[in-house]
Each structure stands twice: as C-alpha cells, then as structure tokens.
Design a protein around this ligand. Structure first.
Ligand SMILES: [Zn+2]
Length: 373
C-alpha cells in the first residue's frame, strides 16, 4: 500500500482499499501505523459525493533524509536529500581517491555530518547512505573490485566503514550506474528502457530496463569501455587488450590525439572555441561509440540513449556521430522510436542517483515493514 502512495498522489482510505483489495479496517490500521512513523501525512479532504468529505493521505518525503555521495578521481559531491531526492544541503570538495579508503571515507563522514547539521536534521533521521565510486563495485557487498584508478581500495568494506559512522544502511555502486539512476529518475521517469552512457576520462554505460537499473550477476553490466571497436587493430588499451572503445573514443583518448589538449575538459574547451580538428575528433569518437552502441541497441532495444559525462558538454558533435552509426547499423524496428540525447542532470546526476539508491532501499517493502512493526 505504501509503495502505491510513493508517487505523492493523495488517496482516501476507500481508494486504497479498492486498489489493494484489502478490507477497509486493514487499510485504516496500516494508515495509522504509517502516520505514526511519519511516512505519510493527511493531505486534505477529497471532494465529497454527499455527506462528510473523506480524508486523504499522501507520502511525506520530509519524514527522513538520506545522504548521497558521488566520489570521482579528484573531487566529491555530497548531498543530504529528503525521501523524494530533493536536495536540502550539498557540497562539492576536492578529494583525491588515491588517498585510499581510510582518509577519503573519513572526509565523507565528516562532510556528511556537516551537511546534516546544515539541513537541520540529526543522524537519527538518516535513513540510508548511497555511494558512487569511480571503479567496478560488487553491488551486493558494496566492495570495489580491482578498481584501476583507486589504489588501496580493492575489497575495501565501504558499507561497514561508513555504517559505523552513520548507523544507517550504506549502499555502494559504480559512478556510471548511479548517474544512470539519477538521470532516469530526475529527467526521464516515464521511460522504461533507457541506456545511459558516460563519456569522460573513461567510457561506461548504465542500463535501465523495465524501469529498473540492471546490474547483472556481479554488478558489471554496461561496462562497454572494453568492448572491441570493429576494425581497430593498432591501439592497445591499458587493460592489455587491443582496440577497446575506451582507448579510442574516451575523452582522454581524444585529448591525446589533439594538439593543445591534455584532459577531456581541454577537448570541450577546444570544441567550444570552434576548433575544427577537435570537433572532427569528437564526432569520430561519437561514431566509434555508436558502433558499440548499435550492438547494445540490438541486445536491449532501449527507447532512449542518454549521453552524459564531460564530453557530452562538447555539444552536438558527439551525439551526431553516435546517431550517424546507430541509425545506420540497427534494424528499423529498434530505431524507429529511439531517441539519442545529451543528459539533463549534468554534474548532479551522480549525487541524485546515489540519493535515489538509498531512498529505494529505505522505502522498500521490507524496510517499511520493519519501521512500522
Ligand atoms: Zn581495455
């Protein structure tokens, strides 16, 4: 019943009894418990069809808060949000992931506590913490697995370390998955099948299928950075294989091909300044990414591909390159309603997704049952 109310629409006891098929008395008792827990609140009266107008109830997103944490290679973004992922307090800070889990998670815990105070909420109101890391994560345990740019983090027990500090459940995922979740929930909640592609220093994808994030058996679904681009035989990737997408079309790979660019941000600046070579290189990267995405389209049949990460800031060039190849290489049935666009949530995608992941856990049927028991 509570899951129904999560959409925020006010409903009467009679509405809820009709939809759930439960007895009016059962519904009334459940409403009392959810009210006592603060998860729902009275939402005024429905229009009456005669007699006393019935009371309505709606989800109360301010009942509790969660902490969303988006850790990158050189910076972190943290936000305290309510249960509808509305940001109450947030901060961005420089932070080197190479400092290792002890130092980094200590900073996260300190900053999180400060943000809670700033939002006027206490640790006891914290229903969960969601964390995104810039490397492969086994979602079930929350432990990073051989993350290439995170020395010292392999197998680190992030949920236990942060759980000790916050006394709340901690969920961990890779940065691309939380970005996919943040972009989907915020910008395209009605789209059931969406592929989110991050093009930055590396390349990765997050898969939304049937409305939910799909992580695969070990949490590595969507890791398209090391798929081989057809026809490339002369580029060796840092993983040791030849012709990986990431070694050819990532922001770093494009920067390496251009004079005057060292980082993906430099590439974006060149494109914005009208540099023809940079625009062409980004467009070609788009085509190479498109070649791999055409296969993904055949496998998953998404109705939307959203391009995020810093290279998406280079404007239409990358999307144009991707469209060119995807529409050409995929069957008409898969592409006739396929939209390929740039992300709307920008730098907020990760922190919003980390919040959404924590909220989903905090408001799952099992968690709500425990709360009102
Ligand atoms: Zn590779």
């Amino acid at each position: 019943m509570f899951q129904l109310l999560r959409d925020g629409r006010p409903r009467t006891r009679a509405d809820l009894a009709a939809v759930t098929g439960q007895a009016r008395s059962t519904v009334a008792a459940r409403i009392d418990l959810l009210m006592a827990a603060g998860l729902i609140a009275p939402a005024g009266e429905a229009t009456s069809t005669g007699g006393r107008p019935p009371a309505t109830f709606a989800f109360a997103p301010s009942a509790r808060v969660v902490l969303g944490v988006d850790l990158g290679a050189t910076h972190a973004r943290l936000a305290v949000t309510d249960l509808a992922s509305t940001i109450l307090a947030q901060r961005e800070l420089p932070l080197l992931i190479t400092d290792g889990p002890d130092l980094v998670l200590d900073r996260v815990a300190e900053t999180g506590a400060e943000l809670l105070r700033e939002a006027g909420r206490s640790t006891s109101e914290l229903a969960g913490v969601g964390v995104g890391l810039p490397g492969p994560v086994e979602h079930a345990t929350g432990k990073p697995n051989n993350p290439p740019i995170m020395p010292g983090w392999d197998n680190a027990d992030v949920p236990a370390i942060l759980g000790d500090r916050f006394h709340a459940p901690v969920l961990v995922d890779n940065d691309v998955n939380i970005m996919a979740l943040g972009e989907h929930r915020t910008a395209w909640p009605g789209v059931a099948d969406l592929l989110f592609v991050k093009v930055a220093t590396g390349i990765g994808a997050g898969i939304i299928a049937d409305g939910a994030l799909r992580r695969g058996a070990q949490g590595s679904a969507g890791d398209i950075g090391h798929v081989a681009v057809p026809g490339v035989t002369d580029v060796v990737c840092r993983c040791g294989n030849i012709g990986c997408l990431e070694a050819i079309a990532s922001g770093l790979a494009v920067a390496n091909k251009l004079e005057g660019a060292k980082t993906p941000a430099d590439v974006v600046a060149l494109v914005r300044s009208g540099d023809v070579a940079a625009s062409q290189a980004v467009r070609q990267a788009g085509r190479d990414i498109g070649a791999v995405l055409a296969t993904s389209v055949s496998l998953l049949n998404p109705s939307m591909i959203v391009i995020g990460g810093i290279l998406a800031d280079a404007g239409e060039h990358i999307v144009a390159g991707i469209r060119e190849v995807v529409y050409q290489r995929s069957l008409p049935l898969a592409t006739q309603h396929l939209r390929i666009v740039t992300a709307r949530t920008g730098t907020q995608a990760g922190v919003l997704g980390a919040s959404a992941m924590a909220v989903d856990q905090a408001l799952s049927s099992e968690a709500v049952d425990r709360l009102v028991a």
